[in-house]
Ligand binder design. Sequence first.
Ligand SMILES: NC(=O)c1ccc[n+]([C@@H]2O[C@H](COP(=O)([O-])OP(=O)(O)OC[C@H]3O[C@@H](n4cnc5c(N)ncnc54)[C@H](O)[C@@H]3O)[C@@H](O)[C@H]2O)c1
Length: 339
Amino acid sequence: MKEVKVALIGYGGIARSHSAGYNALQAEGEPIRLVAACDINPDQFARKVAINTGADKGKLPENIHTYTNIEDLIASEDFDMADICLPSYLHSEYAVKLLKAGKHVLSEKPMALNTEQCDAMLQAAQEANRKLMIGQCLRFNACYLYLKDCVDSGKYGTLRHLFMERLSAQPRWGFEHWFENTEKSGGCILDMHIHDVDYARFILGEPKAVSCISLDGDVRWQIENTRMYYDNKLVVINGSWDEAATCKFQAGFRARFEKATVISDCKTVTVYPDEGEPFTGELIHSNHHITEEIRAFVHELLAGKIQSDVNPPESARASVHIIKKLRESAAHNGEIVSL
Ligand SMILES: NC(=O)c1ccc[n+]([C@@H]2O[C@H](COP(=O)([O-])OP(=O)(O)OC[C@H]3O[C@@H](n4cnc5c(N)ncnc54)[C@H](O)[C@@H]3O)[C@@H](O)[C@H]2O)c1
């Protein structure tokens, strides 16, 4: 395979960031081409959709083929890789279908609604010998990679505690209001909080135990405060889908090392050393993390790597499992649950 031909499945909110990613990568000369898009609602191909008070960034290439159902796409289109941007309750069913059809699959997070659905995806990928990766995009975000490097290099000593947050208004742009239906989205805890839970596991490994307090609003599992316990370190994460509708999406971290505090608002990183002046961290790229996630997928695919080193699907499944443990803890008023 010299060039990876991609079909985008679902052209709603986040798919706009994916199509912007394909445009950027193609402009850079990466061997990748978006050839088709599939959405049950054909109006989506022309509509503007803005998520989290942000602007719609996506524009489908003009010569692209569009479909309104997956069977027609699979039967008629020549493509190597499917990029699934469907509501979360469809991830497993569609990933399995596409893997069985011999396609490599990049699918948005969360991997699925529960570990049983994740297992069906893993089994289909293994049986078809096709690549499966889940869009845990913080693993490709330059600010979060900066922090990972601080942890790995030990340049500021050991990490002592890490505070993270990810806060937004209740998403209301989704297909048939699926975000507001906890049976379909899993609520904030599974949909958005999972980003930070997955990232903590990415840089620190598996916690010894977790605990969580959660509040319901007009949607279940809408506000979370999570603690992940490691030897001599504490990770605390706040998540909310309960901010004012006029509030901008906000995310970031504050990491205390033995010799410095490192703070990010998800756009820049500032290092505050115990000795010397604060300074702005130099980031390894200035691209959107979804662009870099797609690049990583395609580079691994072209190198013949079916199994990802950076973002294996088994690890995305483990994050779904931890969310289940957080729910168990929250059901018992924040009791500490050992893993
Ligand atoms: N990585 C991130 O930061 C991030 C951000 C937002 C959303 N997401 C994830 O991306 C996924 C999609 O979220 P969204 O905000 O784009 O949702 P959305 O509702 O805006 O988009 C989903 C699209 O799928 C289409 N669709 C529904 N059923 C279909 C079917 N059977 N066949 C074909 N098309 C169908 C809808 O018409 C819609 O256009 C979710 O899993 C969500 O959790 C990730």
